[in-house]
Design a protein around this ligand. Structure first.
Ligand SMILES: Nc1ncnc2c1ncn2[C@@H]1O[C@H](COP(=O)(O)OP(=O)(O)O)[C@@H](O)[C@H]1O
Ligand SMILES: [Mg+2]
Length: 235
């Protein structure tokens, strides 16, 4: 069953149309990977889901059409967004950043949610009083993910979580995402350039080109499909 179903979705920046009637689904409890070249429209898809760009079309989340809703209302319905570049506040401490995650989604017991994610990411607990700006890139990405999870979302959107991270750290981030999915059942939609790692943890892949969906396919075996490999995996 799909938790998210997008149909005939258009999006604009000013008068420039950048999504041209796209359609895809994210299965409940699964990890769905969005692949595509630079400028294909991947970030815009996530922004459209969060009500951050002007859209037309249908975005059905858990049976309800959320297209055109305000961003804060969408967050309270259970969609959390880890944007490209992470969006953590460097001047604030780790814990203050996590509190913002609870505040944004009006979480009832933020302290408890934060403790839960400290258990999951012990390094964040060790660094709770430190400024986020002083963390390593990998720790900042973990913080951005934990901040989104404090809201206990049903759908977690991630925009290129591996950007700027060393391969070993990227692997750690993907292992964490896989565990989060397995242990909490959170549905994940992840945009990623590092297609190999993403396809490893994903069950379905959405292929985007120039503002259109080319295909949505099971992730298994996709890395061995030659045409897909050349167009989307870059080798
Ligand atoms: N703020 C913006 N204003 C105008 N055009 C934008 C803006 N952000 C992105 N675009 C354009 O929209 C298209 C899709 O961009 P984007 O969704 O960021 O692609 P991707 O994330 O796949 O690299 C690109 O042609 C890009 O130049
Ligand atoms: Mg992008």
């Amino acid at each position: 069953m799909s938790l998210l179903s997008v149909e005939g979705l258009f999006a604009w920046y000013g008068s420039a149309e950048v999504l041209h009637g796209i359609e895809f689904q994210a299965e409940k409890g699964a990890v769905t990977v969005v692949l595509g070249a630079n400028g294909a429209g991947k970030t815009t898809i996530l922004r459209a889901l969060c009500g951050m760009v002007r859209t037309r079309g249908r975005i059905e989340f858990d049976g309800r059409d959320i297209a055109g809703m305000r961003t804060d209302r969408i967050a309270r319905l259970g969609i959390a967004h880890v944007p490209q570049g992470r969006g953590t506040f460097g001047d604030l401490t780790v814990e203050e950043n996590l509190r913002i995650g609870g505040y944004a989604a009006a979480v009832a017991d933020t302290d408890r949610a934060i403790e839960q994610w400290y258990d999951f990411f012990p390094r964040l607990r060790e660094r709770r009083r430190q400024q986020a700006g002083g963390l390593s890139g990998g720790e900042q990405q973990m913080l951005a993910i934990a901040r989104a999870l404090v809201a206990a979302p049903r759908l977690l959107l991630l925009d290129e979580p591996s950007l700027g991270l060393a391969p070993r750290i990227t692997q750690e981030v993907f292992r964490a995402l896989s565990r989060i999915n397995a242990e909490t059942g959170t549905t994940i939609l992840v945009v990623e350039q590092n297609a190999h790692l993403a396809l490893d943890i994903g069950s379905s892949a959405v292929l985007v080109d120039a503002g259109r969906i080319v295909a949505q396919r099971p992730a298994a075996g996709l890395a061995h499909d030659e045409s897909v490999r050349r167009a989307y995996l870059g080798y």
